[in-house]
Design a protein around this ligand. Structure first.
Ligand code: GMT
Length: 360
């Protein structure tokens, strides 16, 4: 098929999913055109995916950049020039409306990712126009939790097609642990875009509690974003800065995540938690706040532990318990990897999207 994807680029999870899907489709011989604000971080230049940037001009008369309109224009041009047969948008605001505005005479599938529904989707500026655009196509959501929110917010029925992980790439890498921590120390990793919704300063607070329990550990932050300075400030304030390491974003997060003992998240909201899934596939149990779709990804007690939102003591306590029990941790590591492989296989997800494209 000739498939057009419209997604945000950069570091975000929705852009990562779109890039991985694009590469999976291209590897099966489909022609894939990825229209995006920026080149997705993980899009491999050798994948064969054609990248079309959205150019949103600034003009003195405009109140701001008209990204949504420019995305419609780029999509329409791409559809014509590449003879697209189907379009698949990722992240509904503004991409669902952009696809409608492009007036494509093609089947359109929309995938909802998270804050496009429960934050931007709730904004009166976007809600109705997005709901009407979604109603014109088929809709999927990355978790049951998000599909339920989409029903309430947009009045749409979304099929759940979960995110997926390449378990050959995301695999245990214990040999790399010595690069990040000293012998005898536990390695805890968090990877994100450091937006306020990720509550990264709370992770530092939880880490300080962990150290107070006598656990020898280091917290490795992977990524970049607005709250990174605040996380560093809290680490200094709590006297743990020298045990917290900040690493820049990398197209190869698997090399860091796979070396860890635990992966931490404490997001305010998380429709799925792609980084958590990547940790599980790497054989790294996840300790996280029980929000959104995370309980669909992490099996509490089997592949990780979930605590109540805001319970930074709980985050530290359950982590200390796991780290103090090597047999339990090893069993959880095995269960995490096996479960991720079984339930979030890329092949099955690519198959399902192809069925939806063909169904029109
Ligand atoms: O919705 C967002 O906040 C942004 C989005 C992104 O582009 O990073 O993240 C969402 O989509 C990811 C991929 O499906 C999910 O893994 C994230 O859980 C989800 N983020 C939130 O729900 C906060």
């Amino acid at each position: 098929m000739r498939i057009g994807l419209l997604a945000y680029g950069g570091l975000g999870g929705s852009g990562t999913v779109a890039a991985e899907l694009a590469m999976g489709l291209a590897a099966r011989g489909h022609v894939v055109v990825l229209v995006s604000s920026r080149r997705p971080f993980r899009l491999d230049a050798a994948s064969g995916v054609r990248f079309v940037p959205v150019r949103a001009p600034d003009h003195a008369v405009l109140p701001g950049s008209l990204y949504g309109l420019a995305a419609a224009g780029a999509l329409r041009t791409a559809a014509r020039e590449h003879a697209l047969e189907v379009v698949h948008t990722h992240y509904a605001v503004p991409h669902a409306a952009s696809a409608r505005l492009a007036e494509l005479d093609l089947p359109v599938l929309h995938t909802l990712h998270g804050t496009d529904v429960n934050q931007l989707g709730l904004d009166p500026a976007f809600r109705e126009v997005t709901a009407r655009a979604l109603a014109r196509g088929r809709v999927t959501a990355v978790s049951r939790s998000l599909a339920e929110q989409a029903r309430v917010v947009f009045g749409v029925t979304a099929e759940v097609v979960p995110n997926f992980v390449d378990a050959d790439r995301f695999r245990p890498r214990p040999d790399r642990k010595a690069r990040y921590v000293e012998a005898g120390e536990a390695m805890i990793v968090h990877a994100s875009n450091f937006r306020p919704i990720k509550r990264t300063p709370d992770l530092v607070r939880a880490f300080a509690h962990l150290l107070r329990r006598g656990v020898r550990a280091r917290l490795v932050f992977l990524g970049e974003g607005p709250e990174r300075p605040e996380a560093a400030r809290v680490a200094r304030e709590l006297g743990v800065r020298e045990r917290v390491r900040f690493l820049p974003p990398t197209p190869h997060p698997e090399e860091v995540i796979g070396a860890a003992d635990l992966f931490w998240l404490h997001s305010q909201e998380e429709s799925f938690g792609l980084a958590a899934l990547e940790a599980l596939a790497s054989g790294v149990p996840v300790v996280a706040a029980r929000v959104g779709g995370l309980s669909e990804v992490v099996r509490d007690g089997e592949t990780g532990r979930l605590v109540e939102l805001g319970d930074v003591y709980g985050q530290a306590r359950v982590s200390a318990e796991l780290l103090a029990n090597p047999d339990r941790l090893a069993a959880m590591r095995r269960a995490a990897r096996a479960d991720a492989r079984r339930r979030f296989d890329p092949g099955a997800v690519v198959d399902r999207y192809l069925e939806l494209y063909r169904a029109g």
